[in-house]
Design a protein around this ligand. Structure first.
Ligand code: UDX
Ligand code: UDX
Length: 459
């Protein structure tokens, strides 16, 4: 069997590497139009940082896993083609700011139609709006080569930072297909058979196409909703003296609620939550369900509020002015253990602090200077009056002479720093704003810091 995946991103790369490792007799070709990205996948410095990924890629690359820009060649040879290209939020035209941009998916479908001479199963891996499979199907079925295609939806549920673990041991694998025809059911069985090499068949869920597409959006919306819910409670905790971690633990102990995804934070980020929620809001509006649309929009509004609230603390506690003050930023990625900054709350918080005149000193163990500059538009539209951005190679350098430390990503190393040493190098009063509740606030207070943390009372 030959598999091809179009799109060598955060989803396509790790997913295919794990499939190649688990199925040594299957040839897996990962193709992408971005040559720089493919070159990186073929080098010692992979474009995606994921714990455990280097070892998997090293074990199978050049054996049954290949990265190239030869999209047509790999698609034409494959039995199964995964589409894993990006589906960003549309920035123009109908649905701008909410609907997903499907031009890359459409281009993939057209290319598959053009180059195929043998029957294929085409799998939507990217998160798509409900009924996208229909678009792919229409394009594929309108080609007159006589080639037969089956379209499946097989959304990916991996979370960045734990991608390899999630792929090796998924809670479930979801496969949606045309369950009304024998060919459709056969295609579902073929893909299910591939996963069954390492996933317990009881965890492989088969549904119709639309249920599969909508389940992916719904899963992300529910996860995001839990974070916004606990973040709404965090504001109340700060006002009342309750502790958000204690509330989350008590609430999460109810087996009907469960303990996961109740960590209050400066806000959620990542490539999926915002995009998928916007997409869900758009779908609800499209089907004339304004109340349902408003419900999901509130999850996003709460996230924006949490980021604004955090930045406002810094301004207020530093006597209402950040003009010319150095502020250390610990962490820039949207979560720990990834170099991905898409929709990172750090972007909004930093822009907000810069607009108050702050001078930012940013340290992140994995995000490059180039990426931070591009996310903050440094060198493009300069924020009037900002004090500039300096990228630091250690948290010690970032915090030296700063008025405050803002913790925006919960990288493990931040809990193990020498805060006695840091305190001595900072301006006084020395502030720490913990946007991830990952530091020991009581200990820091004993060392002399003033500490504000999400969902904790300030004392
Ligand atoms: C993307 C989507 O963002 C997500 O919604 C979906 O679930 C999976 O695909 P990700 O892998 O994180 O997630 O995206 P990204 O890292 O941007 O990778 C997409 C890749 O597709 C890029 O490398 C891009 O060059 C490539 N691409 C895009 C193509 O090869 N061909 C195209 O026509 C368009
Ligand atoms: C998410 C989904 O978890 C995954 O199933 C889907 O395939 C893609 O989208 P990802 O965005 O990679 O994965 O990471 P996730 O762990 O979900 O974190 C998203 C954001 O929420 C991060 O900014 C994280 O810091 C934040 N978060 C997460 C919280 O603030 N609190 C929590 O309790 C959990």
């Amino acid at each position: 069997m030959k598999i091809c995946c179009i799109g060598a991103g955060y989803v396509g790369g790790p997913t295919m590497a794990v499939i190649a490792m688990k199925c040594p007799d299957v040839r897996v070709d990962v193709v992408d139009i971005n040559k720089k990205r493919i070159d990186a996948w073929n080098s010692d410095s992979l474009p995606v940082f994921e714990p455990g990924l280097d070892a998997v890629v090293r074990a199978v690359r050049g054996k049954n896993l290949f990265f190239s820009t030869d999209v047509a060649g790999a698609v034409s040879a494959a039995d199964i083609v995964f589409i894993s290209v990006n589906t960003p939020t549309k920035t123009y035209g109908v649905g701008a700011g909410r609907a997903s941009e499907l031009k890359y998916v459409e281009a993939c479908a057209r290319q598959i139609a053009d180059v195929s001479t043998t029957d294929k199963i085409v799998v939507e891996k990217s998160t798509m709006p409900v009924r996208t499979a229909d678009v792919i199907r229409q394009i594929l079925s309108s080609c007159d080569s006589g080639v037969k295609f089956q379209v499946l939806s097989n959304p990916e549920f991996l979370a960045e930072g734990t991608a390899v673990k999630d792929l090796e041991n998924p809670d479930r694998v979801l496969i949606g297909g045309d369950d009304k025809t024998a060919e459709g059911r056969a295609a579902i069985k073929t893909l299910a058979g591939l996963y069954a090499r390492w996933v317990d068949p009881k965890r492989i869920i088969e549904t119709n196409l639309w249920s599969s597409e909508l389940s992916k959006l719904t899963a992300n919306a529910f996860l995001a909703q839990r974070i916004s819910s606990i973040n709404a409670i965090s504001a109340l905790c700060e006002a009342t003296g309750a502790d958000v971690d204690e509330v989350a633990a008590a609430v999460g102990a109810d087996s009907r609620i469960g303990p996961k995804f109740l960590k209050s934070s400066v806000g959620f980020g990542g490539s999926c939550f915002q995009k998928d929620l916007l997409n869900l809001v758009y779908l609800c509006e499209h089907f004339n369900l304004p109340e349902a649309a408003r419900y999901w929009q509130n999850v996003l509004d709460m996230n924006a509020y949490q980021k604004r609230r955090f930045a406002a603390w810094v301004v207020k506690d530093l006597f209402g002015s950040l003009s010319g003050k150095k502020i250390a930023v610990f962490g820039f990625s949207f979560k720990e253990n990834t170099n991905d900054t898409r929709e990172s709350p750090a972007i909004d918080v930093c822009r907000n602090l810069l607009s108050e005149g702050a001078k930012l000193a940013i340290y992140d163990p994995k995000v490059s200077q180039e990426q931070i500059y591009s996310d903050l538009n440094i060198g493009e539209e300069k924020i009037p009056g900002d004090g500039g951005v300096e990228i630091c190679s250690s948290p010690y350098e970032a915090s030296k002479d700063s008025y405050a430390i803002t913790v925006l990503t919960a990288w493990g190393e931040f809990a193990c720093l020498d805060y006695v040493k840091i305190y001595k190098t900072m301006k006084k009063p020395a502030w720490i704003f913990d946007g991830r509740n990952c530091l020991d606030g009581d200990l820091l207070r004993r060392l002399g810091y003033r500490v504000r943390a999400v969902g904790k009372s300030f004392e």
